[in-house]
Ligand binder design. Structure first.
Ligand SMILES: NC(=O)c1ccc[n+]([C@@H]2O[C@H](COP(=O)([O-])OP(=O)(O)OC[C@H]3O[C@@H](n4cnc5c(N)ncnc54)[C@H](OP(=O)(O)O)[C@@H]3O)[C@@H](O)[C@H]2O)c1
Length: 343
């Protein structure tokens, strides 16, 4: 009998990360199990994806928590939910051929079985696979709909975005520029701020960690703020609220400053700005715009092909076993660009 090579032996196993305990505060390794399981075969109408990279998204912390949200929490014992990208390596579905690249909610594991629901095709010849989890993927769609549909940004507006050097924020500012707006980014530290202006073409960047944060924000928004794309919450959100113009829009995309909170965070202080400026403040989830995703993706890909928009990926090694530590980088400002874990 021919000896089974080590590679073939490894190929028969699937390393799977399951949620076994709900975190309190930051996630810890003890919240997960890490086990090798037999690789499943696709059933009728299904295909199997060999996952190459996993998307780390701030929302994951919320997906682990119980309580009312826009999506069911990950069940205890369930595979940790995650967007991921990979290649089809077995298929009983004529719409997904072996060798095609795809993204979808495949989970924190090495192989996934899918029926094609919610799966998008990726073309690594257009952009690196990681970018299909970033600027061309869910964060890019979020930036697009949040700025244009929820924020109703139009030429001449001043747009401010927080977590501006990240996956969503960096795309928000660049689309704002393409639409003729003044783009101002808020980010932590001089390196990220320089990147926004020098590399991405933002008009100004404001370091929220600097002592003169508010004075710099004021100087960067001489005509006030028409659209605030909120990714953070807390003191940053409050500071921008005090700069809003009459009939301004606040698109509440994320509140990352609160995701690991163990007690109710302080309330918004500048709530009076909503009244006196007649602001429209709207939360949104990207999948509210599901129907528009193919068109948004096509436009983002076109801008990318034409060199009008750039995506930065922060790719980490370590495989699925490194999931908890790499995820926590998002909440400690440890990432610079779209955070992705190589499998
Ligand atoms: N509504 C939706 O459908 C939707 C979809 C995708 C993402 N989102 C939201 O969009 C936001 C950005 O997500 P992303 O994937 O693009 O992540 P990201 O910006 O690439 O990474 C997170 C960044 O948030 C900043 N941050 C973390 N904790 C902070 C704190 N306490 N105060 C200030 N800044 C903090 C850090 O940047 P600094 O170095 O600048 O501190 C960190 O690098 C998140 O709130 C996320 O939940 C919403």
């Amino acid at each position: 009998m021919a000896a089974i090579s080590q590679k073939e032996t490894m190929m028969t196993m699937n390393r799977v990360v399951r949620l076994i305990e709900r975190p309190v505060g930051m996630v810890t390794r003890s919240c997960f199990s890490f086990e090798d399981e037999a690789v499943a075969e696709p059933g009728e109408g299904e295909f199997r994806v060999k996952i190459e990279c996993i998307s780390l998204d701030p929302a994951m912390r919320g997906w682990m928590a119980e309580g009312k949200s826009y999506v069911e929490p990950v069940a205890l014992g369930g595979v940790m939910r995650a967007f991921a990208a990979g290649v089809v390596d077995a298929s009983n579905n004529s719409q997904f051929q072996v060798g095609e690249y795809v993204t979808g909610l495949f989970g924190v594991q090495q192989f996934a079985i899918s029926d094609g629901n919610g799966v998008t095709k990726a073309n690594p010849e257009v952009a690196p696979l990681e970018a299909w989890l970033g600027g061309l993927g869910m964060p890019g769609w979020t930036a697009y709909f949040g700025l244009l549909d929820v924020g109703e940004a139009k030429a001449g507006d001043t747009v401010v975005v927080s977590a501006a050097s990240g996956a969503v924020g960096s795309v928000v500012g660049q689309i704002a520029k393409l639409k003729g707006c003044r783009a101002v980014g808020i980010a932590g530290g001089p390196e990220k701020c320089a990147y926004l202006v020098d590399e991405l073409g933002f008009d100004a960047a404001v370091d929220y960690r600097a002592d003169d944060f508010f004075a710099t924000l004021k100087a960067a928004t001489p005509d006030g703020v028409d659209v605030y794309f909120e990714n953070v919450g807390g003191d940053i959100g409050d500071a921008v609220l005090s700069r809003m113009n009459t009939f301004g829009r606040v698109a509440v995309c994320g509140l990352i400053a609160y995701y690991n909170a163990t007690s109710a965070p302080d309330g918004m202080k500048n709530v009076r700005s909503i009244l006196v400026n007649r602001l429209k403040m709207q939360g949104f989830i990207v999948f509210d715009f599901a129907k528009g995703i193919p068109a948004a993706m096509a436009e983002l890909a076109e801008w990318y092909r034409e060199g009008k928009i750039k995506f930065r990926q922060d790719v980490r090694e370590g495989g699925v076993d490194a999931y908890p530590e790499v995820l926590n980088l998002l909440y400690t400002s440890g990432n610079f660009g779209k955070l992705v874990l190589k499998v």
